[in-house]
Design a binder for this molecule. Structure first.
Ligand SMILES: Cc1ncc(COP(=O)(O)O)c(C=O)c1O
Length: 507
């Protein structure tokens, strides 16, 4: 020390934004291999010349191990994750993913099994898949299950394809049922899945109460061209479609089928089964409801569950049990075929089964109860500060709007950014699209009372700031490494490739 007083810590290490490429120094290495203590084998004898690169490995960063470890550890601290705290992204069910699930998924026999291993050598893996199918059938009340779809949207598409195949078989090709009904509150993937599968999409209105408009549904069903309805329940406003039986009845009477988007099953597991409500086919988001990690573009899993009438059309191969053995059954002539290579994202199936078995039926019921209770707690606690457009008690998520704050020029995006300053991940914003300035908050069952209270206190503080010092909220966030991003430009003109700067080139 030269005697000068350090008045403020300079967190140069945590702030260093250099990429690994920029940190590279010629000749720096992570590992030095010990001297060879056997006769060297000429490389030609091991790797033929035509398989070897003939240029120098240019452009790969040269770094020490500590450089790499610190780089990635530093990056991890700039991010927010479910392991940091509440992550109330409505419709995304960002619940805690238990370490046990990860541990089980990493068991070598599961993680290293080759997807082309013959069935007789993969009995354990097939048993996991079979058992998971049984549990999902029990949870949904729908006996036919395929674990192939790789995400929710993929499960939706598979479900809609099942409906098409069923109608073709029932009514003969050219039956003219080419309309898929989708409520205006639906997730965008619903109309996209219907459209991709060749259906014309017609929209069903939501009532001022936040539920499917039965009168309009009856009108739309009267035309004779309806193949089905895609309904989310609880819907994306967080409300249970209490007329679900009547809705299914209307669609069935009209000769159509009911597809349920099960992304919101976190509100129902252990308490209510779509199959008992009259639903014909559903997808589940394992990467939401069954805790396997969601977000960040990781693998997903969107199993499709259906009635016995739709089962013959499920993707092949089906995983079946014959005595004590498990088999892949390709002999399903009415099947829509494969929708994904192999059997889906196997690791997600292992995690989901671990979740189901560790919770058991009572544990899953409790989790559902807590998820709904937590959302209702927030719904009640924030009702005096934020506009709540629908008055029915919400299920696992609740929607508010910025209507009151907008009078002061503070909008949903500002509130979301300000929440970051208070240490919380923002909720889902501007979705569902039918709610202007929507903030869709889903706390999940993974948060305790203290954290809920802290979240409520933060939201109330922001409401107060919006009244008294709106600029503070409008200019948020104030505590992050970077402020507001041009999110449209980031999505439309992403910079995905690093190009060397003069500094890095000369290093
Ligand atoms: C209601 C709803 N349906 C479907 C999906 C699609 O699921 P995935 O993102 O796994 O494709 C989502 C995803 O957020 C959703 O919220």
């Amino acid at each position: 020390m030269n005697g000068s007083k350090i008045t403020k810590a300079t967190p140069h290490v945590t702030q260093n934004e250099d990429l690994l490429f920029e940190r590279s120094r010629r000749g720096r290495i992570g590992y030095r291999l010990p001297a060879l203590d056997v006769e060297p084998t000429p490389i030609d004898e091991i790797v033929p010349a035509e398989l070897r690169r003939d240029d120098d490995l240019e452009g790969v960063p040269e770094l020490s191990e500590v450089d790499v470890v610190r780089h990635f550890t530093r990056l991890s601290t700039w991010n927010y994750a479910v392991d940091h705290g509440m992550y109330p992204l409505g419709s995304c069910t960002m619940k805690y993913n238990s370490r046990l699930n990860e541990k089980v998924a990493r068991i070598a026999g599961f993680a290293n099994l080759h997807p082309l291993a013959p069935a007789e050598e993969a009995q354990g893996a097939l048993e996991v898949l079979y058992e998971l199918q049984q549990h999902l059938a029990e949870i949904t009340g729908l006996p036919g299950v395929s674990l192939q779809p790789a995400a929710g949207a993929h499960g939706e598409m598979t479900g809609v394809m099942l409906i098409r195949a069923y109608l073709d078989a029932r009514d003969g090709k050219g039956h003219g049922r080419d309309v898929m009904l989708v409520p205006d509150s639906a997730h965008g993937t619903n109309p996209a899945s219907a459209n991709l599968s060749g259906f014309r999409v017609k929209t069903v209105r939501t009532t001022p109460e936040g539920l499917t408009d039965l009168d309009q549904l009856r009108e739309l069903c009267a035309t004779g061209d309806v193949a089905g309805l895609m309904l989310t329940n609880p819907n994306t406003l967080g409300l249970f479609e209490r007329n679900i039986r009547e809705i299914c009845h209307i669609v069935h009477e009209a000769g159509g089928l009911v597809y349920m988007d099960g992304a919101n099953m976190n509100a129902l597991v252990g308490w209510a089964r779509p199959g008992d409500m009259g639903v014909d086919v559903i997808h589940l988001n394992l990467h939401k409801t069954f805790s396997t990690p969601h977000g960040g573009g990781g693998p997903g899993s969107g199993p499709c569950c259906c009635t016995a009438a739709l089962e013959p059309f499920l993707p092949v191969p089906r995983i079946v049990r014959e005595g004590e053995a498990f088999k892949l059954d390709y002999d399903r002539p009415q099947s829509i075929g494969r929708v994904r290579a192999f059997y889906g994202n196997f690791g997600m199936a292992v995690r989901a089964l671990a979740y189901i078995l560790t919770h058991g039926p009572d544990g899953m019921r409790e989790a559902t109860e807590a998820a709904v209770l937590n959302a209702r707690y927030i719904a009640q606690a924030l009702a005096s500060d934020y506009e709540k457009p629908y008055q029915a008690p919400p299920m696992h998520e609740v929607v508010f709007t910025d209507k009151r704050q907008a009078r002061k020029g503070v909008h949903t995006l500002d509130i979301a950014k300000r929440l970051i300053d208070y240490g919380f991940h923002p909720p889902t914003i501007y979705f569902p699209l039918i709610v202007q300035g929507a903030m869709l908050i889903e706390p999940t069952e993974s948060v305790g009372r203290e954290e809920l209270d802290q979240f409520v206190a933060a939201m109330r503080a922001i409401a107060r700031e919006a009244e008294e010092e709106p600029e503070t909220v409008r200019n948020a966030p104030h505590t992050t490494r970077i402020g507001r991003l041009d999110e449209a430009a980031a999505a439309r003109r992403p910079v995905l490739r690093w190009k060397p700067t003069a500094k890095a080139e000369s290093a």
